[in-house]
Write a protein that binds this ligand. Structure first.
Ligand code: ADP
Ligand code: MG
Length: 291
């Protein structure tokens, strides 16, 4: 494009809360035919709240929450914030030491001299714990768009804390507007299958990848590119940065992490996914002016 068309396009974008970093994304976003989106913080508010506390038989609900909170003090994950909020009214959070952050899975640490775990069920299973008693608790939450946080200390599995993260008001329209322009929206999340499905249904997404580990997100983008697609990725987390870089067009949520914003070509300043549609409209208009 001519320097004038580029500066006009970038200026128009800024006016509509779409920060386009240079001429390349301005010209190429028009070609996007699939958008891969992260869930937490992108389609959802990213501010989950604890909704259910389900201790196993014989376990005290307060102990379940407080052990989880002891480890979550070491994390800045949105789920950590939700659990610490819930713990406030439930007693004294025990001291924890030697924390380990297991990316996309949860946390490990020592509580009262025993190894404690909080996060995905796989984290407990991999530690050799018997997780079969958790099934009826999970069944109570199925189909409810809950993120499940499993807690164990020593050789005892304590139970599940469930959290819900409301879908942003504009997420459904974002999916509809993309579809009406021939662009497919695909969900890609580290969260579990049942939550991925429930959120997808809420916003009208028909294809989703669940339980995607952080290091797999970029590979999934590559897979879509292998189908001959021109891929945009929208995300907010540190975990999303490699996928944003791999995508043909990386789009970061303005309220996201610095790492994601740096890796992206476009930043949605209002953190509204619907603004990604404006990026496509603007790019198409710019390309038309060039011809
Ligand atoms: P998303 O793709 O939804 O942004 P993440 O990759 O950050 O999610 O995390 C994936 C999953 O790992 C979460 O849904 C949760 O089950 C688990 N997890 C990650 N961090 C934590 C934490 N601090 N506490 C509990 N669970 C966690
Ligand atoms: Mg996220």
């Amino acid at each position: 494009a001519t320097p004038t068309a580029v500066s006009v396009g970038i200026g128009l974008g800024a006016k509509h809360n779409v920060l386009i970093k240079d001429a390349v994304p301005l010209e190429q976003t028009a070609q996007v035919d699939v958008v891969a989106v992260d869930k937490t913080g992108t389609l959802t508010e990213g501010k989950p709240r604890v909704t259910e506390i389900l201790p196993l038989a014989g376990v005290d609900a307060n102990e379940l929450v407080l052990v989880a909170a002891a480890l979550e003090r070491a994390s800045s994950h949105p789920l950590a914030i939700a659990i610490l909020e819930e713990a406030k009214t439930r007693g004294t959070i025990p001291e924890a030491v030697s924390f380990e952050n297991v990316a996309g899975a949860g946390l490990r640490g020592q509580v009262n001299g025993e190894t404690a775990l909080v996060g995905k069920k796989a984290l407990l299973a991999e530690a050799g714990l018997d997780i079969s008693a958790l099934e009826p608790l999970e069944a109570q939450l199925a189909g409810k768009a809950r993120t499940t946080i499993f807690v164990a200390v020593g050789n005892r599995v304590l139970g599940v804390v469930a959290a819900a993260d409301p879908v942003k008001a504009t997420s459904k329209r974002f999916v509809e507007e993309m579809r009406s322009r021939g662009v497919e929206v695909v969900l890609m999340t580290g969260d579990n299958e049942s939550t991925a499905k429930a959120v997808s249904e809420q916003v009208g997404i028909t294809r989703y990848f669940a339980a995607v580990r952080p290091e797999e997100k970029a590979a999934k983008v590559k897979e879509l590119q292998g189908e001959g697609r021109f891929v945009a990725m929208v995300g907010d987390g540190i975990n999303d940065a490699p996928a944003l870089a791999q995508a043909n067009i990386g789009v970061a949520i303005g309220a996201g992490t610095d790492v994601a914003i740096q890796a992206a070509d476009i930043v949605l300043m209002k953190s509204d996914p619907l603004d990604a549609v404006n990026a496509i409209i603007l790019s198409k208009a710019t390309v038309r002016k060039m011809k």
